[in-house]
Design a protein around this ligand. Structure first.
Ligand code: ZN
Length: 271
């Protein structure tokens, strides 16, 4: 008589696991959900394997992170392995998983919009889109938008020198500073970028705002991390803004979606 009870208990576990989604008859309903676990194999020809079992949503987020920006010209497996090792080692930081877009608003613009005079103002979002002042006003109190009111002194640097990973505030400020990858012509929005150490962590670079930039996965890979190497160009900080500098040492701006805070604040003086 123990068997049916056993089965029901596990069926309840399966119900709980689906968290309110429509239940589709599951042929495996009588088998218990596997325990969350990690397993490591023995070494074979200098390689080892591991498998991890965990909650659906977490593994989905991991898969999303590993599959982002795959080069279709190369097999996916090795690229996902690279992405996984990057996450585990913290090289170049970890991208946000499906972040809320951040809208960059100057303080004076913000007050103008709140006065109802900013309907023609175009604001840039970190997902590569724009919105009008009127749309901003309508969504200002919404839960689907993160608002960063940017003031030249408000980007006060939080010091987390000893930590390799950028914290949430640093990532937010990095994607508010530039709303796209800094490499000219690159259309990758900040939300789909990684947080890059301008001076690599391995070379003593610190996790401070003056050393962080959002850079897309591809350009993070091709960046000349070694400043003496002049191959594909590298990201440097010029006048408080991450800028791509060509192998010949010429800085060039990405003119795609110029809504980053530093461009809005200081762009006119530079041009
Ligand atoms: Zn890029």
């Amino acid at each position: 008589m123990a068997a049916p009870l056993f089965s029901r208990a596990h069926h309840q576990q399966a119900l709980h696991h689906t968290k309110g989604r429509n239940l589709i008859p599951d042929p495996g309903a009588d088998t218990p959900a596997p325990e969350s676990t990690v397993r490591f194999s023995t070494s074979k020809k200098g390689k080892r394997s591991f498998t991890a079992t965990g909650d659906d949503s977490f593994i989905a987020a991991l898969e999303y992170a590993l599959r982002r920006n795959l080069d279709p010209g190369r097999p996916a497996g090795p690229q996902m392995y690279e992405a996984l090792t990057d996450i585990l080692r913290g090289e170049g930081g970890v991208a946000d998983a499906v972040p809320r877009p951040l809208v960059v608003v100057l303080l004076e613009e913000h007050t103008k919009i709140l006065r109802g005079e900013g309907n023609d103002t175009i604001l840039g979002l970190s997902d590569g889109t724009t919105m009008t002042g009127a749309e901003y006003l309508a969504r200002f109190h919404g839960e689907d938008l993160e608002v960063a009111i940017f003031h030249p002194q408000a980007g006060a640097v939080n010091l987390y020198d000893t930590k390799r990973f950028a914290n949430t505030k640093q990532r937010d400020l990095a994607r508010a500073t530039l709303t796209t990858c800094p490499v000219p012509g690159c259309r990758h929005a900040a939300d789909n970028c990684e947080v890059h150490h301008v001076t690599a962590w391995s070379r003593g670079g610190q996790t401070n705002m003056n050393n962080l930039a959002v850079v897309c996965r591809y350009h993070n890979r091709t960046n000349d991390d070694d400043p003496t190497r002049h191959h594909r160009g590298r990201i440097e900080i010029r006048a408080g803004t991450p800028v791509w500098v060509s192998p010949r040492g010429r800085p060039a701006a990405n003119t795609t979606h110029q809504y980053g805070a530093m461009h809005l604040l200081f762009g006119k003086q530079r041009e």
